[in-house]
Write a protein that binds this ligand. Sequence first.
Ligand code: TYD
Length: 206
Amino acid sequence: MSTARFISLEGGEGVGKSTQLRALEAALRAAGKDVLTTREPGGSTGAEAIRSLLLGGDADRWSMRAEALLFAAARADHVEKTIKPALSEGRWVLSDRFLDSSLAYQGGAGGLEIEAVRALHRFGSNDFLPDRTLVLVLPEGQERARQRDGDASDRIGGRDIAYHAAVADAFASIAAAEPKRVRMVDASGSPEEVTRRLMTELAELL
Ligand code: TYD
């Protein structure tokens, strides 16, 4: 049996991430992998409790620094209670968002700097990283009507267009800085084509 791998799926709002998460899970199962699908913020009891603190309430509920610390705390619990135990049982772990969301949303777009947020991850989770991070990106001007109901209503998804543009720029610089781990994947075209592209980026790990 091949080594269990930890994969994260990332992307801004409206790139079809939820659809691709399900499709990727199915494709990995079809390839014979035992897959645990999880999400951030959340994925463990403690982290799910922090999720409601992070996504609910008024826009100014947390300062950007407090927000980054809460994400890092949620992630520390998720890694320790869910991700590492599953990997040690030989299961693949597929996470809907992980560290790179914090680097992009709080670091790049939130103005804290990517390196400062990475330092929180070093402290919180010993810099534990995915084997591969897939970032779904739509070519400029092709963003789908960003807000299905619900997306815009959480504290972070509802931030303005400039913030979400900065998130996209940050994902691009993260991918440029860590080309081995982080791969940008074109999210345009049919869902099936996009899933094939994602699987191509995982081929060497299968
Ligand atoms: P969610 O409803 O899970 O949205 P999505 O379908 O976009 O993944 O909400 C998660 C929100 O939290 C999303 O707007 C991205 C944001 N987020 C951060 O800002 N930093 C992080 O570290 C993570 C994991 C998520």
